[in-house]
Design a protein around this ligand. Structure first.
Ligand code: PGD
Length: 758
């Protein structure tokens, strides 16, 4: 087969199917292609693919209803006709009897790069056009806490992260980049929708060569790439807020804070000073106070504060810091630190929330973005913060607080998932299984047999992008790609669009769902919309057929990163921030008015209620993997090559390993009250003592799926993480850190079965 253009969240490429595997060639314009492309090579016909519709035996025999067997039942292969009939009649039953407010269609997940076949958009459109709506979820597992707090204190996240200080500015202007949570390239190598040019490594190298200093504040040295030639400041997990308060205390105490900036552009600095100085409650939040919490020696904290003064400083705070209890606080305090240094609005200075967390951030923007599939109108008002899914299913009708509003969890009968993997992304997987057991029905579209698919009542086999045509692009990627099919659909897999179309037809709503268009006609239609907008800007583009043949189109961009803060700094009266008084909120009267003890009106250090103790003396960091995107294509060769004995690898400090008689490469069990996980050990001193790290993404593989404290033999850390919201404000995912014990494991629990066919 000839080589054709295609795209993924981790890079563009050309591919040809040579029979037993794919030949993948990275896009030649990419200066630093991602090794994740390798994961695509042998996935098409992998045994973990879903090849035909399946129904769970208990559901087929007994009908819809709560069932404790989910996750441990048998499956029966059925025809598409039968599967589509079952899905249509079950949706109709639930909508007729309980209304669309009994259908959960949040379906969180990264899905795939093509913009038309984006699975969630297809599902949302389907539910809106067939039954009039669904209960949705808001924000993301990436950054829910930040998404909620940033608009209160400065501006929406997109302005501060996506359109914030750019990498180009950093390379040219920054003296110090103080990165709380680091700037790991494993994170910025991915961007939803696609990323054809990986430029972060080059920019960091360029900045370092000019003399900029990168300081990574993290328990892990690997959070900063070597190219940044930076410094590592180890900090105990989850304690950055205390460290920043002490930096602020030192700046204030030594007269190094930019009082003119704070007075002109900020609200509430005197109140924070009252808290820093001890005037407010008798606790002086100085370097000695912070040392006891964060483990950074007091003299280092003082020296760092002095070093920041008078320099062009960019403060960044990684997504990971806010994926923890009270995760709103470091997001807020990073901004306050940048303000106390007088930096916001200066080239290469200020605050860049989440820079480096995704390939989208710190980049130029396309003047016109490729349009999304229109989703129609959702007639249901009920919503949940995305990470409260298990709370919702376990507590229907119960109240919960979220961003100043008290809501109630809806009663859900049917959940429909396409393009996400909750048994990868959610916390406390035993609790999640129990929650999914409350449903009448769980329908999952998947191209692979993930743990989520293995808990479904109906599994509908979806195509991979490689098997269909689409258009790949992102607002921060100047290239648009024609995604040509590389292979025929494997087995009986069908596009999500085709699946929904055929179910809509059974409900008499096909025309409403498709608007009479085929896939190709939708692509032409969406492309035409983009063309029109570009034409209005005086930019002409090739006809669709020419674009389709060429495979790639370069789009015009604007490089206006940091514009909001620049204008605000130049004239805060003419260009106020979108906050209540137009200034940076060091104190937020709005947040204070919510009366949340777990997120008061001033930024604070609050001690997380889970702390290492005698039973669980180690912190666990469950962060993003370097060898795959989340859980996608975990069976791919790049991901597989980096496992040991088929298990995910966890990193431990030599002191902690020696104390437990653990040698390099040994199989260990990480355990706490929620469950246990096996992993192979890597012993290294690039992690703080007292901390272990196990990335997310190894597919959940419980030895006994029904166990209350499951043992995953593959290495999924979300067995261990805690399922609580970050605070009443953001209610975000707090899965980044937890506490565990680690022991040598010598038992026999059999081979990993996560990728085995059903
Ligand atoms: P993915 O593995 O990307 O994870 O969670 P998310 O659910 O997004 O799942 C996407 C699924 O969609 C895959 O199973 C894939 O096979 C499927 N898929 C891909 N393309 C298609 C398609 O075209 N059609 C259909 N039907 N399916 C498709 C990620 C989430 O995890 C995120 S974003 C973050 S930031 C969180 N991070 C952490 C963390 O740091 N620590 C912990 N402990 N937990 C986390 N969970 C979160």
């Amino acid at each position: 087969m000839a080589s054709v253009t295609h795209s993924s969240h981790w890079g563009a490429f050309t591919a040809s199917d040579s029979g037993d595997q794919l030949q993948i060639t990275p896009f030649p314009g990419d200066p630093d292609p991602s090794p994740l492309l390798e994961n695509l090579a042998d996935t098409l016909r992998h045994p973990a693919r879903v090849t035909q519709p399946m129904v769970r035996k208990g559901w087929l025999e007994n009908g819809p209803g709560p069932d404790a067997r989910r996750g441990a039942d048998e499956y029966i292969a059925i025809s598409w006709e039968q599967a589509l009939d079952l899905a249509a009649s079950e949706l109709k039953r639930v909508a007729d009897n309980f209304g669309p407010q009994a259908v959960f269609g949040g379906s969180y997940g990264w899905s795939s790069a093509g913009r038309f076949h984006h699975a969630q958009s297809q599902l949302h459109r389907f539910l809106n056009t067939t039954i009039g709506g669904y209960v949705r979820s808001v924000w993301s597992y990436s950054s829910a806490a930040a998404c909620v707090i940033l608009p209160h204190i400065v501006a929406p996240q997109d302005e501060i992260a996506r359109r914030g200080v750019s990498w180009r500015e950093i390379a040219e202007h920054s003296d110090i980049v103080l990165a709380f949570g680091g700037l790991a390239l494993k994170n910025s190598q991915v961007a939803s929708g696609g990323m054809s040019e990986h430029t972060e490594r080059g920019y960091m190298r360029q900045a370092a060569a000019r003399g900029a200093t990168f300081i990574s504040v993290s328990p892990l040295r690997s959070d900063l790439p070597q190219e940044a030639a930076g410094e590592w400041l180890p900090v105990r997990p989850g304690t950055d807020a205390a460290l920043i308060l002490a930096l602020l205390h030192t700046l204030w105490r030594e007269g190094l804070s930019d009082e003119a900036f704070l007075a002109r552009y900020c609200t509430g600095w005197p109140m924070l000073v009252a808290s820093l100085s001890g005037e407010q409650d008798g606790t002086v939040r100085d370097a000695a106070w912070a040392e006891a919490i964060c483990g950074v020696p007091a003299e280092k904290i003082v020296a760092l504060a002095r070093r920041l003064h008078g320099k062009r400083v960019l403060v960044t705070v990684a997504h990971s810091l806010q994926r923890a209890q009270y995760g709103e606080q470091p997001v807020w305090l990073g901004l306050v630190l940048a303000a106390a240094l007088g930096q916001p609005g200066l080239p290469g200075g200020g605050y860049a929330y989440a820079l480096g967390a995704l390939g989208h951030y710190g980049k130029a923007f396309n003047r016109v973005s490729f349009p999304a599939l229109p989703q129609g109108a959702n007639g249901v008002e009920d919503l949940i913060p995305v990470a409260r899914i298990a709370d919702m299913l376990l507590n229907p009708g119960e109240p919960f607080d979220f961003n100043g509003v008290r809501r109630r969890y809806p009663h859900i009968k049917l959940a429909w998932w396409a393009g996400g993997n909750p048994f990868h992304h959610h916390q406390d997987l035993a609790r999640l299984r129990h929650a999914f057991c409350q449903l009448d029905t769980l329908i999952v579209h998947e191209h692979s047999l993930t743990a989520t698919a293995r808990h479904a009542d109906l599994i509908l086999p979806a195509t991979m992008t490689l098997e269909r045509e689409d258009i790949g692009g992102a607002p921060t990627d100047r290239y648009l790609f024609a995604m040509h099919p590389v292979a025929q659909p494997w087995g009986h897999a069908r596009d999500d669009f085709a699946i929904f179309r055929d179910i809509a037809a059974r409900l008499g709503r096909e025309e409403a769902f498709t608007e009479g268009r085929t896939v190709r006609e939708w692509l032409q239609h969406l492309y035409g919309q983009m063309q029109e907008k570009l034409a209005q800007e005086g930019v002409s583009t090739p006809a669709f057929d020419d674009f389709w043949r060429e495979g790639i189109l370069q789009l015009p961009q604007v490089d206006d990163g940091g514009r909001l803060m620049r204008r605000f700094r130049a004239d805060p009266d003419a260009h106020p921030l979108p906050t209540p008084d137009g200034k940076i909120q060091i104190y937020s009267a709005t947040i204070a008015s919510f009366n949340y003890p777990d997120c008061p009106g001033l930024p604070v250090w609050l001690t997380p209620d889970e702390q290492p103790d005698a039973q669980h003396p180690l912190w666990l960091i469950a962060n993003q993997p370097a060898t795959r995107l989340h859980s996608q294509l975990d069976y791919g060769r790049h991901s597989a090559r980096h496992k040991k004995q088929g298990k995910e690898v966890c990193t431990m400090h030599p002191i902690d390993a020696a104390a437990r008689g653990i040698d390099e490469g040994a199989i260990v069990m990480l355990h706490n009250t929620r469950g246990a996980v096996l992993a192979a050990v890597r012993i290294a001193d690039d992690i703080m003592p007292g901390v272990v790290q196990l990335p997310t993404g190894a597919w959940y593989d419980p030895v006994d799926p029904l166990a209350q404290r499951p043992l995953c033999r593959h290495g999924n850390p979300n067995v261990l993480t805690r399922d609580i919201g970050t605070s009443s404000l953001g209610q975000g995912c707090s899965g980044q850190i937890t506490v565990v014990q680690v022991s040598l494991f010598t038992g026999d629990v059999g081979e990993v079965q996560a990728f085995a066919p059903l």
